[in-house]
Design a protein. Sequence first.
Length: 174
Amino acid sequence: MRTLELRTADGRCVARHVQMACSFRSRCVGLLRRRNIPEQEGLLLVPGGSVHTLGMRFNIDVVFLNRQMRVLRLAENVAPWRIVIAPKDTTRVLELAAGKIATTRLTAGTYLIVDRFSDDPSERPTIKQPRVNHTPCERLPIQFSLRLPRAVRSLQPCRPARDARVATKPSVES
């Protein structure tokens, strides 16, 4: 299974082994079959929305992301048998080990960057993963568009201004 590494825009490592869950079945099962989640692992639900921890055996941190991989909301230390409602514009959800949000100092508004894709067996996670059928998203890299804030866009070269002539009506004297 393809894994990826996620970092913040300033270079802090969020998780080294993030697996993508793209099919309906893999998103529903998620982390339910596991007894724990190692600190450097995570699960990226694509497309994502509200999440539940019904039937889970351990606490998790939940990061709600938009299309540009910008953090919209953080839910720390979500206990088993809970439901967390996603904010508006959520398209991806990242599930991490409990306490990972605090250790990486993630905040709302932070951008996450896919650092690399890995198919190397030596870099695969250490725990045994449940057997899941291959999903279409494993063959495709994450695709998203990054829209820069207005302050950054203003640094781009300006287009030449058009000649704005104001048409005036001739005054009619009677």
